[in-house]
Ligand binder design. Structure first.
Ligand code: FAD
Length: 460
């Protein structure tokens, strides 16, 4: 029996033949993720249902030096779950149980294939709150969120996925099991291994359980939208809101191109005659929320906003918030290829960075719609292009390079939430520097001596 055939037989024995896909037409949906312009067929796709199965799969892969690419829902935007040639795609979506909700300790234990929305809904049903809310939360998995340390619209006030991880179970590339973290609010025994695995993009271990931290649900929320004739005014209003010591739970912006695309797509009734739109939400105690909302409204007016619209009820609030949540889908309708980037700068440099993106779009004759998390400096310049047009793609690449170089020059980073994967791999060494690259390489070699986990991702 050929080696590849032997591996397949062993995989079928571990998870059952019905959980191993090999037919080319079945593999196609797993040959790409949410990242534009990247595709690679895997050798096979395996659905695991238990930690023990994952341990057996990794042991087998390690012995035969077969590459494993772990995959949640495949919504990643940096090519993280893109297969490597002939690899095993290890898909965790069938590990989708919420195992425990501990009201005394405010924790939830889940399997990696549970979606972010399921976690948020289960927390809410118990009167609790799980804040991380990536735009993809209806389908993204908790395993993927932890592996990418995903952010979301509430990052400014509530932080990112890392801030809600108390512990996790992993299978190391050798097949060995590892638990790190626990339900203790304070624990300083040894290195914080869980922090090493958060954001490790499937390169150091396969996450098989996650212990999440929940918090009390805010009692009240107010949602409003403000429009501005100039992007600078919106950026200054954001700075003034934060300088007034108000930390809204959402402080998002859309530029003109994105506003028009969203309105065209979802017919929310957004004002169109403006350069920038801010979506703002404040939550907490009802009295504080009312006071903060009034202050934010006044600050926007003081900074020359054209209009502030306060949502009358939850339905209208949901509609306004969906304007931001649908930005990517709305932009994606404009051109055959949508490349969503996440250059991130310190808040104070945001207006400069937005101006730079606009100038770069003009310089390279490209269509870029920009939206993002204005409160935390995380921009999503979105290139609306056509990957079949080689000449235009060359201009896109050059524009990218300039945008990332400028983000770094302004004290920012090459990725605020989407990860390095394949898309940002070439930018990482210059950004991170020699010593961090050496430490990261040594850590990876120590945990994965045969280089089987997500080979070629993040760095070689
Ligand atoms: C429309 C849209 C909106 C988005 N909005 C946001 C946003 O607001 N904020 C944000 O941060 N991201 C956003 N994303 C990006 C993406 O949804 C997140 O990175 C998400 O966390 C990926 O989850 P997933 O289950 O799809 O993981 P996948 O794409 O399948 O995998 C992502 C990475 O995680 C690894 N991985 C997956 N599961 C495991 C596991 N169990 N153990 C170890 N490694 C694993 C994979 O190997 C890969 O490297 C968006 C994407 C889309 C398409």
């Amino acid at each position: 029996m050929a080696a590849a055939e032997k591996i397949l037989t062993e995989l079928q024995r571990i998870v059952g033949a019905e959980n191993v896909l090999t037919a080319p037409e079945d593999l196609i949906p797993y040959s790409f993720d949410g990242t534009a312009g990247m595709q690679q067929m895997p050798g096979c796709v395996v659905f695991a249902k238990t930690t023990e199965q994952i341990a057996a799969i990794l042991k087998q892969a390690n012995e035969t030096k077969t590459a494993i690419v772990t995959r949640g829902s495949g919504t990643g935007l940096s090519g993280g779950s893109l297969p490597s040639p002939d690899c095993i795609v290890l898909c965790t979506v069938k590990m989708d149980r919420i195992l425990e909700l501990d009201r005394a300790n405010l924790t939830m234990l889940v399997e990696p294939g549970v979606t972010t929305l399921q976690v948020a809904d289960a927390a809410s049903a118990a009167g609790l709150f799980y804040p991380p809310d990536p735009g993809s939360m209806k389908i993204s998995t908790i395993g993927g969120n932890v592996a990418e340390n995903s952010g979301g619209l509430r990052g400014l006030k509530y932080g990112v996925t890392r801030n809600y991880i108390m512990g996790m179970e992993l299978v190391l590339p050798t097949g060995e099991l590892l638990w790190t973290g626990n339900k203790c609010v304070k624990d300083v025994a040894g290195y914080s291994l869980k922090d090493l695995f958060i954001g490790s993009e499937g390169t150091l271990g396969v996450i098989t359980k996650v212990l999440l931290r929940l918090i009390p649900k805010p009692a009240a929320k107010k949602t409003m939208v403000a429009t501005f004739a100039q992007m600078d005014q919106a950026a200054e209003a954001v700075s003034a809101i934060i300088a007034a010591q108000i930390i809204p739970c959402t402080l998002e912006f859309l530029d003109r191109m994105t506003i028009h695309c969203v309105e065209d797509y979802s017919k929310i009734g957004l004002p169109l005659d403006c350069e920038a739109l801010l979506l703002m939400e404040t939550d907490g105690h009802a009295v504080v929320v009312a006071e903060e909302a009034a202050q934010m409204k006044k600050i926007c007016r003081d900074h020359g906003c054209l209009e502030v619209r306060m949502a009358k009820d939850e339905t209208e609030a949901g509609k306004l918030a969906s304007a931001r949540r649908s930005a990517f889908s709305a932009l994606a309708r404009v051109a055959p290829t949508t490349i969503l980037e996440d250059a991130t700068v310190p808040r104070s440099e945001l207006a400069k960075m937005i101006r730079f993106v606009e100038a770069t779009a003009k310089k390279y004759r490209l269509k870029i719609g920009t939206f993002g998390h204005m409160g935390d400096g995380n921009l999503h310049p979105t290139f609306l292009t056509n990957e079949r047009d080689q000449e235009e793609m060359h201009r896109v690449e050059e524009a990218f390079k300039e945008i990332f170089a400028e983000a770094i020059r302004l004290g920012g980073t090459i990725t605020g939430e989407h990860g390095v994967g394949l898309a940002k791999k070439s930018f990482l060494p210059a950004f991170a520097g020699d010593a961090p690259m050496r430490v990261m390489r040594e850590l990876r070699r120590a945990l994965d001596p045969n280089g089987i986990l997500n080979p070629g991702k993040m760095f070689d």
